[in-house]
Design a protein around this ligand. Sequence first.
Ligand code: ADP
Length: 319
Amino acid sequence: MTDLESFSARLKSLTDGRASAPRVKDGIMNLVLDVGGLSAERRDAVAAAIREGGLLVPGVKDVRIAMTAERKPLRIIAVASGKGGVGKSTLSANLAVALKRLGFAVGLVDADIYGPSQARLMASEDRKPQARDKQLVPVDSPLGVPMLSMAHLVEPGKALAWRGPMAGNALSQLIDADWGDAELLVVDMPPGTGDVQLSMVQKHKPAGAVIVSTPQDLALIDATRAVSLFEQTQVPLIGLVENMAGYSCPHCGEISDPFGTGGAEAAGSAMGMPFLGRIPLAIDIRRRSDAGDPPAAGDDASGRAFLAIAEKVAAWLRA
Ligand code: ADP
């Protein structure tokens, strides 16, 4: 890697991808930095760090930064499944963590109003969101992904009594929160394809949807329903993830297939949907999820499986 390339890579991580590629001419490095949504302090800190780093590139005598404030519109990725228990929440949490690792400014919404689990998955159960100008301010999670869940707002089980409009309003408050400089929201949708899901999709118009299914036929029939919900509402389908595909032996790492594998991939391709990858049924995924330690933060086999899926989602977002 040249010094300019390594500076570019550092620049990207410093700015969450908000700066243009550096151009050097006659010893002057020119950069455009999109500061939309950044606080003044962060803006100054980022500019100072860039200037310092740029001056270390051989041949560069001066660094000029032009600032623009083109705040990127918040893009929503809906993670959906036709029924509960297939790993939709697990995938949402790990997708958010992995997309952050890939340089996206990402937030996470737990829209599973009746069975919120993101606060536990992301170890943020003890945090309470504040409200500012009638807008909720997301809580931070240990891995630096801002997030909101019903679990942060009401006692467990209380939202169970909420029906249609009330659940829809609560959901909108989570999505319309003050997401600061986030450019992407991963939304863990409620399982199923009822009114709450339909009105969320119509109102908030996700940029794309990821469908999760297990390899079994029954789950796939449900997944097909989730697919048609997004098709009807003209939300692009990013692709399908096959979860609990094969059993990963905790002792030898070998993968066996008690329930079969490849079913979701085949069904996805029959529906003309890209296949984003498969996650094995692995005890460490369940244990780490329960402990609020998402595997996507690491580089072991489970972490890599989530990262590979996130890379495909990132490529879709950048395309
Ligand atoms: P959903 O959101 O679809 O209801 P969850 O993500 O809550 O599903 O997952 C249901 C249960 O299965 C959780 O206990 C979770 O830890 C576990 N789980 C999900 N995916 C895997 C996996 N690939 N391997 C092992 N356990 C998993």
